[in-house]
Design a protein around this ligand. Sequence first.
Ligand SMILES: Cc1cc2nc3c(=O)[nH]c(=O)nc-3n(C[C@H](O)[C@H](O)[C@H](O)COP(=O)(O)OP(=O)(O)OC[C@H]3O[C@@H](n4cnc5c(N)ncnc54)[C@H](O)[C@@H]3O)c2cc1C
Length: 499
Amino acid sequence: MAERVVVVGSGAAGLTAALTASKAGHDVILMTKGPLGESNSLYAQGGIAAALFDDDSVEAHIADTLAAGAGLSDPVSARVLCQAGPARIHELIALGAEFDRCPDGRLARGLEAAHSVPRVVHAGGDATGRAIIAALVRAVRASRIAVWEHCFARDLLVGDDSVTGIRVLRDGREHTLAASAVIIASGGAGQLYRHSTNPLGATGDGVALALRAGVRLIDAEFVQFHPTTLAVPGTPLISEAVRGEGAVLLDARGERFMLREHPDAELAPRDVVARAIARQMQSQGDVPVLLDARPLGDAVLRRRFPGFVALAAAHGLNPSEVPVPVTPAAHYWMGGVEVDDDGRTALRGLSAVGEAACTRAHGANRLASNSLLEALVTGHRAALALEQPSAATLPRAEGRPAGGHRAISRSELQQVMWQWVGLHRDTAGLASAQALLAEASVPVSDEHRVADLETANLLQLAREVVAAASDRTESIGAHHRSDADLSSRQPEREVSIAC
Ligand SMILES: Cc1cc2nc3c(=O)[nH]c(=O)nc-3n(C[C@H](O)[C@H](O)[C@H](O)COP(=O)(O)OP(=O)(O)OC[C@H]3O[C@@H](n4cnc5c(N)ncnc54)[C@H](O)[C@@H]3O)c2cc1C
């Protein structure tokens, strides 16, 4: 049995891993950058996909996952993910997560695009993440897991080809913590981009520290963008259903530009809408486009979209009277630390789970509502696998040259990524980004300043995303090369990025 297991991150993946490891008898420390439970998981809205219903099957869920992945998913990993779904949902229910139910008591379920049957279970309407995290946090608080809040994981300690511990910042001081296993559950890196649906803490720290320890990052070029977020700081999501009900997109002159872009206009596939908005914004001087929901009328807006109305009101906007500014935003990162189906990396004692990890189940694009599922499934499996001898035969990373000397701020970095490595990519833009980032460095004035350390991690990851995007010259899934030839592969079916 491992002597001490350190779990980094308290989203759905980290909380699940910590609980499972503790139940298996390990001595667990769960460390997290903010308060316990603060994470992307907390803000997840739509729900979790799992084959729980009589008219559904694991096979159908796998088929939908593979179709979304545009041929790049690993079918074995997709099977591992989908097969474990029902058990993980039942476990959450046993922990007290209150999923929405029909009047007869059966679980309610939603249909999202690219799912062949309704299989997305949700809680509190569109507050699924909050309900899941509340149940998991309660269980962690009631367990013997040691919780270290406001603790920043900085680097791994490595010796003899295995992890021996972790270096952390806590209470403004650096601590070195010995551990026989470390599970990275630190989430994605939405903060790589100027516009992102992710909270400020999504800076890819765990992925960066795994990279520095010699573990590979894979599928880094695949970043999913959400088409419509309110163009205010934090870019909160606006449900695609608003367009489904009749809202239209307007350019700066008040004209419907989507009519020129696709026969289905605003109801074109999401990737098409997101790219068209980005193009339109660029052509009008980087000004957001407008979502005009006035055709829905005040009563329908309030009844169907109270969340959207409240969000707009919080920013002084009434969508039944004025069009609201919207922009696409980075939403989910398919890439991550290369792991096997039990979360193990190429380095003994180091596992990665959830959005920080990549099993290749998602391939080139993630099926909607498969990511909370992934967090639960991989967190559980990695903790159980701590007992087993390492089966991972994954290659180690090749080092990249260190950076240059030109100081770059986080917002400059985010702008570079948005402009050249965002929804549209081409050789010239990627080369510009590569040259700029190669020269860049993040001045760390105070070795204990978390914000600077996060930006340095983002810079390291940005270089990886640019390199991967440059290497992949075709358009596929979420990776769109404007200079690719027409034979580029796309999924057979539309991919939902609703949540
Ligand atoms: C607005 C929004 C809506 C979404 N809706 C859905 C949905 O409906 N369905 C769905 O399936 N997916 C949805 N997603 C995606 C999904 O929420 C995430 O992919 C998933 O929750 C990731 O879980 P995780 O546990 O891997 O990471 P996270 O939930 O992001 O947790 C990461 C944790 O690591 C901690 N951490 C990070 N760095 C450090 C460090 N250096 N030291 C210590 N701790 C650190 C963070 O503080 C956090 O606690 C949504 C995402 C967003 C942003």
